[in-house]
Design a protein around this ligand. Sequence first.
Ligand code: UD1
Length: 415
Amino acid sequence: MVIRGGRPLRGAVAVSGSKNATLPILMAALLTSEPIVLHNVPRLRDVHTAIALLEGLGATARWIDDHSVELRVGEVRAHEASYDLVKTMRASFVVLGPMLARTGRARVSTPGGCAIGARPVNLHIAGIRALGARIQLRNGYVEARADRLSGARLWLDNPSVGATENIMMAAVLARGLTTIENAAREPEVQDLARLLTAMGARISGAGTHVIEIEGVERLHGATHQIIPDRIEAGSLMVAAAITGGEVTIENAPTAELDGVIAKLRESGAAVTVDDRGVCVSRSAPLRPIELRTLPYPGFPTDLQAQMMALLTQAEGTSVITETIFENRFMHAPELQRMGADIVMKGATAVVRGRSRLSGAPVMATDLRASMGLILAGLAADNETQVSRVYHLDRGYEALDQKLRALGAEIERIPE
Ligand code: UD1
């Protein structure tokens, strides 16, 4: 992606459906033989990967329009998610719970580490084991079997999003009551619970730290509208602030963005919320802030790289602490190549501004890091080239087109 920076973004842009809500929701199609119809599905690489995984297991998928898909898993014909697949998209590990619940067996590759940290799946496995599954780890795969899972009371060491979703999907068809304590409260977990409820599941407490699931004998088909992507919305809000422009982000899920709105205001951006969504503008210089990533409703780790780019432009010293992933500052050395002044020590990054950023060739290391670099490029002098853009395509729908429509000079060239 080649960006010529320095142009304030102006105009209105619409947010796509949430990637992180869509991925587990697609997997939920395994829980019934009836059709699941999903609307507001973002056209992303990860979504196509998840659908290909389901097709490999016996699903038929039919696109009804650009953003609506009908999935039907009449019969589960395979029981394995391979290493090749899971290593490219960790979120496919959540196939374990629904596959096991539907068929009594599942073989899913463990994902291994990734660019942002170790990211183990121990909580997923412990939770599903607590529901009575016999689980073996063999040749890098989790092999799980159970005639029928039975409800249990379990407590998560930390409120893992993926583990909460995986266990929830295992528990909906289990015998009896499952209680997940210290569950993740993320809106994406809530969206999955809404779909499962529409399929006939009995779930209460999604969005709180204690989720209760009363298992049912069977689930049926349902139609569901995916929530808008709060991380895409937050990224576009930062784009408005970093370029000193004025952008209305239509259908931004503003209630889910309270922490982000608060931090943007603290840094000097003007943020107004109305029925249309959220409008972000900035005319004064940016101010330094302190920022700490936390599980929802705390500040999302998925917006940390974007905020780091923003804070290179604040007049003074900002402090960012990353508490979710242990290695999530891979974007910092790339920002330094563009002229940012960032010192990292453990989980903390000290960002001294304001730095005059100058365009450079930089490399994306993961999905959100690549967005941080694009944002820095929008604020930099001259030309920035961000390579390995496939990371971006995993999670942002038509980002270059959306930014161009707001006045950015951004172009995709073949690598
Ligand atoms: C999800 C999101 C990702 C986001 C993250 C945190 C999806 C597809 N991805 O990832 O974009 O950055 O939430 O908001 O929704 N952990 C364990 N053991 C486990 C599981 C997790 O120790 O079994 C740890 C992780 O290493 C990490 C923390 O828990 O340090 C949070 O991870 P988790 O909430 O599970 O993230 P994901 O579901 O992988």
